[in-house]
Structures are given as C-alpha cells and as structure tokens.
Design a protein around this ligand. Structure first.
Ligand code: SOE
Length: 412
C-alpha cells in the first residue's frame, strides 16, 4: 500500500470505552497541532450496541458507525483499524484486519496469551511484505520525559545500566467493594495487574535502556477473590450491583529480572496502592549517573550526573517542556505542561509518520510479543513453588497464589 503526502488515511476504530475515548481524542487533535504527512479521517467506529455506538460516535467525533467490526474490513474508506477492545478480541480482529490489507494499531497488552501474540506477529510479518503495518499501543513511550530518558541513556549520560527499579501503582480496586470489571476477568483480560499495567513498565524498562529482559523470578497475589458484579458503567470499573462474582486474575505482581546488558531490575505492578492513582515510577542507575521519573509528575525527569563536583552534585529536576524536548515543540510555550492524552496524540503522529514513510512503526507486534513472553515467564515463575524459599520458623499463610491457573500461562 503506497501512500503520499496529503493522502487520506481512513480510520476505523473498534471499541469506544476508556481507551476508545483516548484514541479518538488523539485522532481528532493530532492533525491540528502536528503537520502530518497523511490526512487521518475518523471514518467509522464499531461497537456491538447500536445506541451505545451511535452515542459514542457523536461524542467522540466519528462520522459513521457499525455494529459488527467485520464490516470495517470490507469498507474502502477504512485503511487502518484501531483496536480498543479488551484483550480477548485483539488476536481475532488484528489478524483479520491485516489479512484484509488494513494497517492495525492495537491496544496493549498485545494479546491474552503468547500463542495469540505469536499468531498476530506472524500475520503482521506476512502483511508487511505488501506494506501493511501493525503497531502495539505502549503509549507511555510517547511521554516527552520518557522519550528524553531514552535519548539520555542512548547518549551514554548514565553509562552502563546497573539497576532498573520499575513500579506501576494504582488504587482503583484497593476498596474491597469495588465492583468486578472485565479487567478482573481472566477470560477477557488475560491477567490482572501484571498484563494491564505491568506490561507498560516492562515495555518502558526495555525501551528506555535499549536492553531486553533475559529472565525473571516473580510472585503474584490476589488479595480480594470475590467482588460485587458491576451493573452499570462508570469510569474504570462500573457501579456495584448486589450479586457477587469471582476475581480470576492477579491483583499484584512483583518480580525481579536480569537485563541482557548485565543489569538487575525489579518490577512491581499493583492496583492496591492507596493514594497512588497512576504512579509509573522508574529509576535507572547506571555506572555514570541515574534517571528518575514518576508519571504523577509527568513533565519532570530527574537526572543525577556522578561526574559532577560532589560538593554540588544532586538530582537535577528537568522540566521537560522546552521546545527542543521530544514532541513538545508542537504544543505550548515552555512550562505550560502536557497531560496523559498528549502521549496518545504523539502515538498517532509517530504511526502516521511511519506509514507515510513506508517504515515499520514502533513498537511492532514483535515487540508486543516479546513483552508477552516476559509476562508469561513471570506467571510460570510464580507458579513454580520450588523456587520459593520459606524463611525458617515463620509459618506461611495458606495461599499466595492467583485464583486460576492454565497450562498456557502457568499461573497457579
Ligand atoms: C487501567 O488500569 C489502565 O487504564 C490501563 O489499562 C492503561 O493501559 C493505563 O494507561 C491506565 O490504567
């Protein structure tokens, strides 16, 4: 598929909840702030419920609606399918879209299982032969401070990476009465905190350092095993009804890892950290210095340079809002700050740029598959009780496992 400057790029989006709204905002805004080499058109949004999808189209800015995503594949006005549905549908939609010659942007994590991610990656590689591209939405790569962190590591500013300390902390189910949502259902979400938010920090750790995780040792836990069933939708998880149902995913995932450059990493992903709303915390210690970032202060990156005079050395607080910082020049004057939604806009900008140039957009499905393999390795590790070493003379609580296990992901 050959594209030229100014050529229309028809977009068809599947799903219109939280991620659908974030992606819609990005498609709407990107052409108004960035000079894009293609002209994205918000052609059609697909969703199963006619009234819901009609209302979403009006609110989010889509020209038309479909109630079956398969209809998008045969429409001539759709060049790209944007998948914003729960993980259990990613593989089917993405493979069908690629086989129909449509570019794909797929929300993270790429799939619910390694097997699905492998099938998607194979389909992406076949499609690439005819210029059809696929990208997975690890959006936080496009936060300017994170993009700057990657540049600084690549420039050697912190030297050889010794440690990565990565956390993704939320609290939206810390309340035991918070209702079940699809994100707590293994069938739909694949895993819990591990895949939903742990996947982001796995991707970021590897993206910023340019290194790969070679092995892991982890534990998973489900603290609250039964919750009220949601009977309405509100925010992330719905409003509680009177019926109760099982939580079938992990509430928290902790693991250590080795990097292929010789460094060590620790990861923590939980939705039980009261007071932490969307705290993606990254600290990287290298042989020459350190970097630190917290998404709750997302316009700031901290840099420590160990070669500075020790009398005055200290973490430097870089406000990443200068026109020369990644992505920032297209927005506001220095110091005026960007938010969560801007990273989705940058994702559109990078994707459209790659499509116009006939380049593979990043992160590719192969990158998404590699993250999926890390998640699966954490699940296998957590399932191997033999690697757990009890402390002498302290009795353990009955179970430190996730509620359901499958041979595919190895979770207990
Ligand atoms: C919910 O935990 C969630 O919306 C994730 O699914 C997103 O990927 C993350 O950006 C914010 O939190």
């Amino acid at each position: 598929m050959a594209e030229q400057q100014g050529t229309r790029l028809g977009v068809g989006m599947v799903g219109y909840a939280f991620m659908g709204a974030a992606h819609s905002q990005a498609w709407r805004v990107a052409p108004h702030f960035f000079d894009l080499p293609l002209d994205p058109q918000m052609a059609v949004v697909a969703g199963r419920k006619p009234a819901g999808v009609e209302a979403a189209a009006r609110k989010l800015g889509w020209a038309q609606t479909e109630t079956d995503w398969r209809k998008l594949l045969v429409r001539d006005d759709v060049d790209l399918i944007d998948i914003c549905t729960p993980g259990d549908t990613h593989a089917e939609i993405a493979v069908a879209a690629l086989e129909a010659g449509k570019h794909v942007l797929c929300e993270k994590p790429l799939a619910n299982t390694v097997a699905e991610a492998e099938a998607m990656t194979a389909a992406a590689e076949r499609a690439a032969a005819s210029g059809v591209r696929a990208m997975v939405g690890f959006t936080y790569r496009r936060v300017p401070a994170i993009a700057l962190a990657r540049e600084l590591v690549a420039q050697g500013r912190i030297g050889t990476v010794r440690h990565v300390r990565a956390q993704y902390l939320q609290d939206w189910i810390a309340d035991e009465q918070a209702p079940l949502s699809w994100r707590l259902d293994k069938q739909r979400a694949g895993s819990g905190a591990l895949g939903d938010i742990g996947a982001h920090v796995v991707d970021l750790a590897q993206h910023i350092t340019g290194e790969r995780i070679t092995g892991v040792s982890g534990v998973l836990e489900t603290f609250v095993r039964e919750r009220p069933v949601a009977d309405g939708f509100s925010g992330l998880h719905g409003t509680a009804g009177s019926a109760r149902g099982p939580v079938t995913v992990d509430d928290a995932a902790l693991f250590t890892a080795r990097l292929d450059g010789g460094g060590l990493a620790t990861f923590e992903a939980t939705r039980f950290a009261w007071g932490r709303k969307n705290a993606i915390r990254l600290e990287i210690n290298g042989s020459r210095g350190s970097l630190a970032f917290d998404f709750e202060d997302m316009n700031v990156l901290h840099l420590f340079d160990a070669e500075e005079d020790p009398q005055t050395a200290g973490f430097r607080r870089i406000v990443v809002t200068e026109p020369g910082h990644p992505y920032v020049g297209a927005w506001w004057p220095a110091g005026h700050g960007l938010g969560y939604e801007h990273a989705f806009v940058h994702q559109v900008v990078d994707l459209v740029g790659a499509l116009a140039a006939g380049r593979q957009p990043e992160p590719s499905f192969a990158d998404g598959l590699q993250v999926q393999r890390v998640l699966a390795a954490v699940e296998r590790s957590a399932a191997q009780a033999s690697t757990w070493t009890p402390v002498e003379d302290v009795p353990e609580k009955a179970s430190e496992s996730t509620p359901e296990s499958t041979p595919e992901n190895g979770a207990r």
